[in-house]
Design a protein around this ligand. Structure first.
Ligand SMILES: *Cc1c(COP(=O)(O)O)cnc(C)c1O
Length: 448
């Protein structure tokens, strides 16, 4: 273990980690980074094909974003955002107006993804309280959902790994059986089904729609659940159902926004708009902690009244509208446009998916290779025919992760799902390299 790693462990409690694991695999001390490459203090390089927790959109130390932040830094680093504003935040919103789904037009800032989810939930609840539907006090969310780690966000989430111990202190959420296309209970195929599984949403709305403020969804891609992918038709149907029951549709586009699914937002595939959209991660290219809750004029108007009515949205975060975050946000949008990033990534996505299918589909323990945009997931199973999963205690994904690190690739499997979610600027030779390494490591661990 290097001296720096020892010092790290003396003080730092790392996120989402069993710290005892660090005895065997100490923290890797990163010195600098460029594009998709991370370099540690010993000069080893790691290909960051998970975009450092899905947020790095355009490569590390992107020269244009670096420049934008440096320029902003010497002008204004932060200012109170109540009654004060600045050109950088205004410009960001002007630019976002051109790309967000139709109908969304009011931007409320927070500083991380979970905080924007909390904001969306409070906003929806208060809207219904102030528009005569005081019976609406509950939230709906899908099975296998992930919406963040604060108590409210954890409540709507449904990944036991993160939430089971906290169940006694979480909110009582109405759960809708979400789509499970790999193990479809109707025996259908995600490319040509009619979302037969949507029946469960209809039943649930029938029973609980009246008392429900909003339903939260990760559109098309349930990331933390293991990169589960489902068709846009589901969102279309959900839009209709929400309208019927006066339930807000909250799009958690924190992971799917900014071209990750091949379009600017996942909702764009469905051709419908949510009532509230949460953004973070790609919003600043993965540079600064910033998030947004974007909503409609109609919701905004329900809070707009004389002060004495008490209808204001009394929600704030110290770093709301932080100028450094906004300057990164503007430059990200400029780059996406100037450099045709999403279109180019879509072309590369075809190549990426093809080589992954070629390399992995033949393995006897690969249940499915699925993809959306540049995101590709390889689900390992004990038995291909029955789709039976491996025993979680084997920690196969974690074994593969450790092996791949030694070969210079940062994978971070979700259970037994190996996935790639690289910066949109990844090039073909890197795609070849990282998939070769992932294949080698998978074969070694599975003894194939
Ligand atoms: C990352 C993520 C969040 C939480 O964002 P944080 O900034 O980590 O709090 C919420 N929802 C989804 C879909 C995410 O991927």
């Amino acid at each position: 273990m290097t001296d720096w790693a020892k010092e790290d462990l003396k003080y730092i409690w790392h996120p989402c980690s069993q710290m005892k694991d660090y005895e065997e695999l100490p923290p890797i001390v990163i010195d600098y980074a460029k594009g998709i490459n991370l370099y540690d203090i010993d000069g080893n390089c790691y290909k960051d094909v998970v975009s450092s927790w899905w947020c790095n959109l355009l490569g590390h130390c992107n020269p244009r974003i670096n420049q934008a932040i440096k320029k902003q830094l010497d002008r204004l680093e932060h200012v109170i955002f109540a009654n004060f504003t600045h050109k950088t935040a205004i410009t960001l919103c002007q630019k976002l107006m051109n790309v967000v789904p139709k109908g969304l037009c009011k931007f409320n800032f927070a500083d991380n993804g979970s905080a924007s989810i909390e904001m969306a939930m409070k906003m929806s609840f208060q809207y219904h309280q102030q528009t005569g539907n005081t019976q609406k006090k509950r939230f709906m969310a899908l099975t296998d959902a992930y919406h963040g780690e604060t108590i409210g966000a954890l409540s709507v989430g449904a990944c036991d790994l993160y939430s089971s111990i906290y169940k006694p202190i979480l909110m009582d959420i109405v759960r809708v059986n979400g789509p499970d296309c790999f193990r479809c209970p109707y025996g259908k195929d995600r490319d040509n089904c009619q979302c037969e599984c949507f029946k469960n949403a209809e039943k649930t709305f029938e029973q609980y729609g009246k008392e429900t403020c909003a339903i939260l969804v990760e559109p098309l891609l349930q990331g933390s659940a293991g990169m589960k992918i489902y068709p846009p038709l589901y969102l279309k149907k959900l839009r209709e159902l929400c309208d019927k029951y006066n339930v807000h549709l909250i799009a958690d586009e924190i992971a799917t926004g900014y071209g990750r699914t091949g379009k600017m937002f996942a909702f764009d595939h469905a051709g419908v708009s949510p009532d509230i959209m949460c953004l973070s991660k790609g919003l600043t290219g993965g540079y600064m902690p910033m998030s947004l809750c974007v909503t409609t004029q109609e919701i905004y108007d329900a809070f707009y009244a004389d002060y004495s009515t008490g209808k204001a949205f009394m929600h704030s975060h110290t770093y709301a509208g932080n100028p450094l975050g906004c300057s990164a946000g503007i430059e990200v949008l400029n780059i996406l446009k100037d450099e045709n990033i999403i279109e180019n990534a879509q072309k590369n996505a075809i190549y990426f998916n093809n080589i992954i299918k070629e390399k992995f589909l033949g393995l006897k323990n690969v249940g499915e290779v699925r993809h959306i945009g540049l995101i590709n997931a390889i689900e390992l199973v004990k038995d291909k025919n029955s789709k039976e999963a491996f025993d979680g205690k084997l920690r196969l994904g974690y074994q593969i992760y450790k092996k791949a690190l030694k070969k210079g690739v940062l994978l971070r499997p979700l259970g037994d799902v190996i996935y790639f979610n690289p910066p949109l600027i990844i090039e073909k030779d890197d795609m070849d390299f990282v998939t070769d390494v992932a294949l080698e490591c998978t074969k070694e661990i599975l003894d194939l």
